[in-house]
Design a protein around this ligand. Structure first.
Ligand SMILES: [Zn+2]
Length: 124
């Protein structure tokens, strides 16, 4: 079973990693904001350490963004109760311990795997 993480647990996970310690793979991945996972990126070096999804929670598609921001903004807050964070799992790089959020965007006729670096400063 996947571990459910609340906001405080997410924050301490985020703080447990120093971006200075990134391995070359993680350095090659630029995802301050949400990005589609690049085809060449080794996702098997990422290990799932928990989820922000709450079982049986009512669906919430609301986004928590300030004026002028989009879901892609690099400074968009990480608000665990809001879309897409409420659909995200938390991953850790097996090499360096970098933390990421991932979720799958399912459009009408496409599926897009997205990833965003977990930045403690943005957790609201
Ligand atoms: Zn790494």
């Amino acid at each position: 079973m996947m571990k459910n993480l609340n906001r405080d647990e997410l924050l301490s996970l985020a703080k447990s990693f120093d971006p200075k310690d990134k391995c070359p793979d993680c350095l090659s991945l630029s995802c301050e904001g949400w990005e589609s996972i690049p085809g060449g990126f080794m996702t098997n070096s990422l290990e799932c350490v928990g989820t922000l999804r709450v079982e049986d929670a009512p669906e919430c598609w609301e986004e928590d963004l300030l004026k002028g921001m989009t879901i892609w903004s690099t400074d968009a807050p990480i608000s665990t109760a809001f879309h897409p964070y409420n659909k995200s799992d938390v991953f850790e790089c097996k090499h360096c311990g970098a933390k990421y959020l991932r979720y799958t965007e399912c459009g009408g006729y496409y599926v897009d795997e997205r990833i965003r670096e977990l930045n403690a400063k943005l957790i609201s």
